[in-house]
Design a protein around this ligand. Structure first.
Ligand SMILES: [Mg+2]
Length: 144
């Protein structure tokens, strides 16, 4: 149990905290440093822990493997060099079919997003990122 003393008597624990008081751990996969940083700031401000960040899909798969069992959620960009988000999603699902992946998509990519949801992604976020929307989607997926 952490941070209990810093919370008021009736304040709720932050969304990024598990019932046992530890943080939900997130892997951010995005080739845009700006988006990765923005996502990281939104999530850490709510108590989530960013375990690692990957700059392309191949690195994302590698970092997922390296941290297996230590990741509660992945945010996955779609358009990336080396290996795109759709292919990276498929590879990660092959490793762990229960993995929780949220796709991060540009506007107008409905067909690709649909494909990702059919492949096993739990949800998606559309850019530009809206803090409330990001947290709403993340909180829904983390409870699945
Ligand atoms: Mg991208």
């Amino acid at each position: 149990m952490i941070a209990k003393s810093s919370m008021g008597a009736d304040s709720k624990p932050p969304a990024g905290m598990k019932p046992d008081g530890t943080a939900y751990r997130v892997l951010i996969v995005d080739d845009s440093m700006f988006i990765a940083k923005q996502l990281g700031q939104i999530l850490t401000s709510e108590g989530f822990e960013v375990v690692d960040t990957a700059g392309d899909g191949a690195q994302g798969v590698e970092k997922f493997k390296a941290n297996q069992g230590k990741i509660d959620l992945i945010t996955m960009d779609i358009t990336m060099p080396v290996l795109d988000g759709v292919s990276a999603l498929e590879k990660i699902i092959q490793i762990d079919k229960n993995v929780k992946v949220i796709m991060v998509s540009a506007l107008g990519k409905e067909d690709v997003v649909k494909k990702c949801l059919l492949a096993g992604a739990k949800s998606y976020i559309v850019k530009p990122l809206d803090r409330a929307k990001v947290l709403e989607r993340v909180n829904t997926v983390i409870k699945m």
